[in-house]
Design a binder for this molecule. Structure first.
Ligand SMILES: Cc1cc2nc3c(=O)[nH]c(=O)nc-3n(C[C@H](O)[C@H](O)[C@H](O)COP(=O)(O)OP(=O)(O)OC[C@H]3O[C@@H](n4cnc5c(N)ncnc54)[C@H](O)[C@@H]3O)c2cc1C
Length: 476
């Protein structure tokens, strides 16, 4: 059986940055990076290559899985903030998290990232903040680096080549089981027994390791939750964010996106006192589908190259749901709502805001007269048959308030795609080093429920790697 010092499950940003840090600081380490999906060069979504119009449920989904993880087809917005993008500040001081994010950026720079950073700390951004607050809309502070979809991929390709030379990279390898070991034998009942190694059952055979890092991302979250249940590792309930992707002419948000690229805006609705927020703004971008465990949801991205831009801007409008006792499975709630749009629309559903307000479905005839041309081929339909009334009321109220900040937002032809769901994995109980209740078993990134963005996912990988290095240098 193959035996390594450190095995890492998942080659998303969390896993990649763990491997990078370990091998640059300790080149003698034997590291195995296991990834269920394809190498980056082979990742092709047939929708994006124009071969088919809608999702055919490829297994594994090239958008969510493969070297580079869920971020590979994103436009690579790296946020330098602790205000969103994860919960690392629940474990570490904000300054430590920001320093880790800066370190992620330095690594990205080595692989060719741009130096341009957009910021909300400029006089122009301050003027927008002031106008927003007059309407009770709150602009979050952030600096953001936009790599662009095409550059993001090139950077990941360079990282792949580099890591392929320095660690053992095993793509198309799915880990199915994690087996804690003691003195060469599997531990049947943990009951306080401290493992001294781990074995992994994979689609290519068994592997043993001294240290295990699980970074399975959102796409691996259901599998990982089952594994943790079996290992009696406590999971904390997390939230689900549900909403729509809004698409409108880029000129409507141009003043804002020219200044800060994307605006993270929060608003508390008058009707329900719920928080609605903008998320993942893509100037001149494209709306795309995303497949999470067979459920088709919506997302967006944009290119850096002006020649590849569309005439629209898109962004998500999300409402957060945290549930109280007895319900403990927000993940299932989000999946259920998303599956309704799949059932009615055969995938993603699209509606004009004017039709939604008037209580009628959007159909092909009404779409043919729309001034906004959709960038995603979605089924015209009626989102009020999919999203709960409370969510729709919240979304419509936010759009009308946003219209005062960016006139044109609440036009009848503004397109709403549903549904956008941000699933967050159940969160594991972790130490400040991101170690689980089992010795030398670390869990990081979106799959551990502690991050929800590229910067913090990478930062969690660096932090876990540094803890492992300290431990290895000082004996286990
Ligand atoms: C379309 C899209 C656009 C996005 N855009 C942005 C953005 O611009 N900015 C931003 O900050 N965030 C963005 N995000 C979110 C960001 O991509 C994630 O937060 C980030 O990728 C999380 O990194 P991760 O390493 O934790 O998990 P992931 O990137 O999900 O990687 C996990 C990897 O683990 C693998 N895996 C899972 N289970 C197993 C198993 N059992 N065996 C082997 N391998 C396994 C998966 O195949 C996957 O490749 C976007 C997400 C999507 C889907």
């Amino acid at each position: 059986m193959k035996k390594v010092d450190v095995a890492i499950i998942g080659a998303g940003l969390a896993g990649i940055f763990t491997a990078y840090e370990l091998i640059t600081k300790s080149p003698d380490l034997n590291i195995l990076l296991l990834e269920q999906g394809d190498p980056i060069a082979k990742r092709q979504c047939p929708i994006l290559t124009g071969k088919i119009p809608s999702c055919i449920h490829c297994k594994p989904c090239a958008i969510m899985r493969g070297f580079g993880g869920a971020g590979a087809f994103s436009d690579g917005k790296f946020n330098f903030t602790t205000e969103f993008g994860g919960w690392l500040t629940d474990y570490l001081e904000p300054e430590t998290v920001l320093a880790l994010i800066d370190d992620v950026d330095k690594v990205n720079n080595q692989f060719g990232a741009t130096n341009t950073v957009y910021s909300t700390a400029t006089p122009e951004a301050e003027a927008i903040r002031l106008r927003a607050i007059a309407h009770d809309i709150h602009l979050l502070n952030a600096r953001v680096k936009h790599l662009g979809t095409e550059n993001n991929r090139k950077i990941l390709e360079r990282m792949y080549d580099w890591l392929d030379e320095h660690v053992e990279l095993s793509c198309k390898t799915q880990v199915t089981e994690i087996i804690p070991m003691k003195e060469g034998k599997p531990i049947d009942h943990l009951n306080g027994v401290v493992p001294d190694a781990y074995e992994l059952e994979t689609s290519k055979g068994r592997v043993a390791c001294d240290v295990l890092v699980a970074a399975p991302g959102r796409s691996g979250a259901e599998w990982f939750t089952d594994v943790c249940d079996k290992l009696h590792l406590p999971l904390i309930n997390n939230q689900v964010d549900l909403g729509v992707r809004v698409e409108l002419p880029a000129i409507v948000f141009k003043e804002i996106t020219d200044v800060m690229y994307e605006a993270k805006l929060k608003y508390m609705t008058r009707q329900y006192s719920d928080i609605v927020r903008t998320f993942c703004m893509n100037p001149y971008g494209y709306v795309v589908t995303e497949n999470t465990d067979g459920i088709i949801t919506v997302n967006g991205h944009s290119f850096d190259d002006p020649a590849l831009r569309s005439e629209n801007t898109n962004f998500a409008l999300l409402v957060s749901n945290r549930f109280t006792e007895p319900f403990r499975e927000p993940y299932r709630y989000g999946k259920h709502i998303a599956s309704l749009s799949n059932m009615l629309g055969g995938g993603v559903m699209m509606q004009r805001l004017g039709d939604l307000r008037d209580g009628r479905r959007t159909n092909a005839h009404r779409m043919s007269k729309s001034f906004v041309r959709p960038t995603l081929e979605a089924t015209p339909g009626d989102l009020s048959l999919v999203l709960p009334k409370r969510h729709l009321d919240n979304i419509i109220e936010m759009l009308e308030v946003l219209d005062r900040l960016a006139p044109g937002t609440a036009n009848a032809d503004t397109l709403l795609y549903g549904v956008e769901v941000k699933f967050y994995s159940a969160r594991l109980e972790l130490t400040r080093e991101f170690e689980t209740g089992l010795k030398n078993f670390f869990a990081i990134g979106d799959g551990a429920g502690i991050t929800r963005g590229l910067s913090q996912a990478g930062a969690s990988g660096l932090h876990a790697a540094r803890a492992i290095l300290r431990r290895m240098n000082h004996g286990k």
